[in-house]
Design a protein around this ligand. Structure first.
Ligand code: FES
Length: 358
């Protein structure tokens, strides 16, 4: 029993009150809860078939090691796939085959370990209830005194408190040391534009047509039926040769059509929608995930990352979750040919709220 060294797990019989009695009395540093439950509600222990039938036990053992061997096979398979199906540049089929076979091997390897471990635990490892003896978490008074003495001695020997100039210059050096890393972040943005400026504008401009993501086909107002939602990009984004992803990360929009009577529009935004069609930034104002789920009946948008919800009928105000401000609205109109166009860029920065805190 681990009672002697107070370190292990006690395997107890089904009756926990018996266990409590067994551990009562002077047991060194172990904390014995004197008011322990008589029986915390354990069902009587029921032996499994593998506990009673040696044949079933052997069979379970075979299953477990077979699963582990399958896992090894999966790992070898994945390595072989990597070697035998090399990725040739520009050969999409080779990439697909390579990924598929490596994925199959890795899946087999993981499932083999997972299923094997679960089966081992459920059928062969002991199923008896156990009691962990708790020990005091805090250090003893003597240990604390010892630690204080070590610090005091180190201070005295190093002169940290006494030599204040050295101490203060060291603190200054430690504070200055991370600064180059902070400055290097500047390199993440193009050198000829201020990062804040870059984040404040998107590809949307007066007259830019709203186009389907990812095809880039312009959208006519007549195509947007009530209750529908479209993932939208600015026309021309799909053809960009450079910076396509960066622009899309700022300009992605969700387009929805509600009954005009269901839209609660502020007086200064009445002209920002067209016959119940509204466009809002798809970039969540919490930490920038794409808000991709639209619930047609409630007109709620849901961000899958941390469950922020926005009410489309009320200017995409936050109704739940950690986001702190509504999704920015893109003012839209319709051109002479019936296509939906932007009236301007967003009137506020899209994405996480910190961008607008100067
Ligand atoms: Fe949308 Fe966190 S990023 S809720």
């Amino acid at each position: 029993m681990a009672q002697d060294d107070h370190s292990g797990t006690e395997l107890a019989a089904a009756d926990s009150s018996h266990a409590a009695q067994e551990f009562a009395g002077p047991t060194g540093t172990a904390v014995i809860p004197y008011d322990a439950f008589e029986n915390p509600g354990f069902a009587p222990h029921r032996p499994r078939v593998t506990d009673e039938d040696p044949k079933r036990e052997k069979r379970a053992q075979r299953t477990v090691y077979t699963l582990f061997y399958l896992s090894i096979l999966g790992s070898v398979w994945a390595i072989a796939a990597y070697i035998l199906i090399p990725i040739e540049s520009n050969d999409v089929d080779a990439v697909r085959l390579n990924n598929m076979f490596i994925g199959l091997g890795a899946t087999l390897a993981l499932l083999g370990i997972g299923f094997g471990a679960v089966h081992w635990g459920k059928s062969l490892m002991t199923s008896a209830e156990s009691i962990d003896i708790r020990h005091p978490i805090g250090s003893t008074e003597a240990t604390k005194q010892g630690a204080v003495e070590v610090f005091r001695q180190a201070d005295e020997e190093s002169g940290f408190s006494r030599r204040s100039v050295i101490r203060n210059s060291l603190i200054g050096a430690l504070l200055a040391f991370p600064l180059p890393a902070v400055v290097l972040f500047r390199g993440l943005a193009p050198q000829n534009q201020l990062p804040v400026e870059l984040l404040s504008h998107t590809m949307w401009a007066k007259g830019t047509r709203l186009a389907l993501d990812p095809s880039g086909v312009p959208i006519k107002a007549a195509d947007v039926t009530i209750g529908s939602a479209f993932h939208v990009i600015p026309e021309g984004l799909a053809e960009l040769e450079h910076g396509k992803l960066e622009e899309k990360a700022k300009a992605a929009v969700l387009l929805m059509r509600l009954e005009p009577s269901e839209l609660n529009q502020a007086p200064d935004r009445v002209t920002w929608s067209y016959d119940g069609i509204v466009a809002y930034s798809k970039i969540c104002t919490h930490v920038g995930c794409p808000v991709a789920l639209y619930e047609q009946h409630t007109h709620h948008l849901l961000c899958p990352c941390h469950q922020s919800q926005f009410d489309v009928a009320n200017h995409c105000e936050v109704i739940f979750g950690p986001a702190k401000r509504p999704l920015p609205q893109l003012p839209i109109a319709v051109d002479d040919e019936g296509y939906l166009i932007a009236q301007s860029d967003f009137t506020e920065p899209v994405g996480p709220s910190f961008w607008e805190r100067n």
